[in-house]
Design a protein around this ligand. Sequence first.
Ligand code: SAM
Length: 246
Amino acid sequence: KLSARLQQICDQLTPGCRFADIGSDHALLPVAAVLSGQAASAVAGEVNEGPYEAAKRQVAQSGLNSRISVRKGNGLEVIDPGEVEVITIAGMGGALMVSILSQGISKLNGVKRLILQPNVGEDLVRRWLLEEGWYLSAEHILEEDGKIYEILTADRLEKAEAAALNEELYRERLIPGCSQVLNVERLLLMGPRLSEAPVPVFFAKWDSEISKLMKVRSQISKSELEASRLKEEEMRVQIEEWKEVL
Ligand code: SAM
């Protein structure tokens, strides 16, 4: 059985698609997706030897060698152009995810959907999607084993349509329950869909982010260095801003 996090990603796959799971580790997602019929076939990509071997074993044990191809390589280099319609990347930082997508941009021709679950740096991923003209069609947030995860689904639409829809999505606005106007920077940070219809986990995430920042700030405040004082002031402003929004 998949974790709730991987199940949510699986549910976002276009039914019957061919997909590539980049950084697949044990290939749990491709195996479950193909076994359940959610996907027709998959490529499991891994850059590291250990996880690559684990993925090969898992696929062989599941009897899925003919439908899941396990490949060793960096990022999108493991897929051929036009080979898959959907790409999933989960369980790594947003900065690494953006570098994988940028480096492999030519492999994205023909890809219709990206399903991305960054562990941190969700704003970097949203910004990249927006700049590259992907339409953020869904956002999910969930808590599992004390951790909070965000899953971003983006679709390739006709260029003008994506631009118009993204403009609407990131339009500066006042959101019910929030005391402040959300501008594009705040929407990139918190998620335009997540903040539009906030669930309790969303508030839990931002409460915990504020507490983390307050902790770091109180550490820094003990330092006498000029640079630390500037950093502390920056954090104070950031904390106030987040508190105002929520
Ligand atoms: N995707 C799985 C999940 O969400 O449960 C596994 C996440 S695991 C924490 C991250 C995996 O990404 C590791 O197995 C690592 O080897 C792999 N990885 C990191 N950088 C990569 C890259 N540039 N290309 C392919 N795989 C990469």
